[in-house]
Design a protein around this ligand. Sequence first.
Ligand code: FES
Length: 114
Amino acid sequence: MSAFRSICPASRLPVDRGVAALVDGEQVAVFRTADGDLHAVSNHDPFSGAMVLSRGIVGSRGDRSTVASPVYKQVFDLATGECVDDPEVRLAVHEVRVRNGMVEVALLTRALSA
Ligand code: FES
């Protein structure tokens, strides 16, 4: 795992909206869900190839928090990165925390480059 990098003040992270951040050269989409949980996944949509997941639509499937791609609408589990309609496909999931009021992200896996 790489080091934690500061992204933005936690107060600037809107509930149920994503923000895009560049962490050690990788584009990461960071979300805060309504229950207060933070999630960081790759910003790269494997279906469209576009860097758009930070602009995806946050929702849920059962008790799983999800984000839907704004392009083709595939839905990904924010905790595992798994595409709920196609478990063969998953997003890289990264470590996210709040320290001293700042959202910090550490890359857990190198995102695959398309
Ligand atoms: S579009 Fe992100 S790596 Fe290809």
